[in-house]
Design a protein around this ligand. Structure first.
Ligand SMILES: [Zn+2]
Length: 431
């Protein structure tokens, strides 16, 4: 039988309104990293209706700490992992097919400054082809696409050979440690994975290494009228900032990465060292005795965390050697928060080739391969030898005001997911 009712692609085309409603439902539940419980309960309920053996998976810190990918995320420090479940389910195949995991994060970043938005960030309002809201694009529409891809397969009684794992994870905007990393350490190993991060018809094949560090310089506080009795910690920090800036310039000239630089606006920007936070002084009439600087460095595949730490520490040490005060009072360097290694997915893998073909078949365009400028939890799959890509709806203004996602593109992405799952897992023909 191959009537319209038994075709999952037709099903999703006929049920677009339900998909859109579902995106709205989950956009309307705020889920800033650390506060994911409410939306996860909603999704748990939805997936229960689909009979997928749904479970909550709470991160266990001791298991996590054993991983080489582990670091303490800021939302863990603030909220812990107690009320922050991941949600996982499985659509069991009949056997003999390859398995796949559809994994999306459900946490979002803060919508502030809310007064700059033209829409309520938690409304899911629709204008034309776009649905607006914090997390609409990054990445609740993608999550909805994976759930509706499964729904289409189930509603049309399409029997797959391989298993499909579905999961919605926490903590991603903060590093993904309690989310995707914990799932890789505890969930069954699969043969391939798609993370529907926004991108349109691009296939994300790489992520950047991301590390945070802090430099603390001490001085001697004094009254400003007798400033010469003190040592100004801000002034002592200046040559360090300059040296870090020069290091950034040098690195940007030297370090190339094709899949970042394919985007013409990213030419020569495959790596970035950002001077992010500076904390010093508390009174105009006092010479500041302490200055703390916080930076983020992003680096493409090809470099390691050790290489980066060496370069930064050497750069600071060289500056210190040229200043008697700093030499006698060496600044403290602390590596905190993000310690992500980069990843790159081999483009020749049959799974990547299959997705490429499906995009061409359903969307009539050749996909573009991108990635390597930002950290992504896709790395945890690849670090666990599971081929994985990001591929999701077209969205704009992620992490910015008036974030929005294209509805037609979300429907198309769902079709491509269905097509890819069916080919990858195999379909039982004797329905
Ligand atoms: Zn995201």
């Amino acid at each position: 039988m191959n009537t319209e009712e038994s075709n999952p692609i037709t099903w999703i085309r006929n049920n677009q309104d339900k998909l859109v409603k579902f995106i709205q439902d989950i956009v309307m539940i705020p889920s800033i990293s650390g506060k994911e419980e409410k939306v996860q309960k909603f999704i748990f309920q939805k997936l229960t209706e689909l009979d997928l053996n749904i479970e909550y998976v709470y991160p266990d810190i001791e298991t996590l700490q054993k991983s080489d990918d582990y670091f303490e995320t800021t939302s863990f420090i603030k909220y812990g992992y107690e009320n922050r479940p991941n949600v996982a389910g499985i659509l069991k195949g009949t056997g003999g097919g390859r398995s796949i995991c559809l994994s999306g994060h459900i946490d979002v970043v803060s919508p502030e400054p809310v007064e700059q938005w033209g829409y309520d960030p938690w409304s899911g309002e629709i204008k034309g082809d776009f649905l607006y809201g914090r997390g609409a694009g990054d990445m609740k529409a993608g999550v909805a696409a994976t759930i509706f891809a499964l729904k289409a397969l189930i509603e049309t009684q399409t029997k797959l050979n391989g298993d499909v794992l579905i999961e919605t994870t926490i903590d991603e905007e903060d590093g993904g440690i309690g989310g995707n990393l914990y799932m890789r350490l505890t969930q069954p190993k699969v043969d391939a994975a798609i993370i529907p991060e926004p991108g349109g018809y691009t296939i994300g094949i790489a992520s950047a290494g991301v590390m945070y560090f802090r430099v603390i310089v001490t001085g001697i506080p004094a009254h400003a009228a007798t400033a010469h009795f003190g040592v100004n910690a801000i002034v002592k920090m200046l040559p360090i900032i300059e040296a870090l800036n020069s290091l950034n310039d040098e690195r940007q000239k030297k370090i190339r990465y094709k899949y970042v630089e394919l985007d013409p606006t990213m030419k020569g920007k495959a790596t970035t060292l950002n001077i992010g936070v500076i904390n010093a002084g508390d009174w105009p009439s006092t010479v500041p005795g302490l200055c703390a600087l916080e930076c983020r460095i992003g680096f493409p595949p090809g470099e390691t965390r050790d290489m980066i730490m060496n370069q930064i520490e050497k750069t600071i040490q060289n500056t210190v050697n040229n200043d008697t005060w700093l030499k006698d009072h060496p600044p403290k360097i602390e590596w905190f928060g993000w310690k992500a290694q980069p990843h790159e997915q081999n483009l020749e893998h049959p799974f990547v080739k299959l997705l490429d073909r499906k995009i061409q078949q359903f969307a009539g365009v050749e996909p573009v391969y991108r990635g390597g400028s930002a950290g992504l939890d896709t790395r945890f799959f690849v670090h666990h030898e599971i081929p994985a890509v990001t591929f999701g709806p077209f969205a704009e203004r992620l992490h910015s005001i008036n974030e929005r996602v294209s509805i037609s593109s979300t429907v198309k992405i769902t079709e491509i997911l269905i097509g890819t799952i069916m080919d990858w897992c195999g379909v039982e023909r004797n329905k």
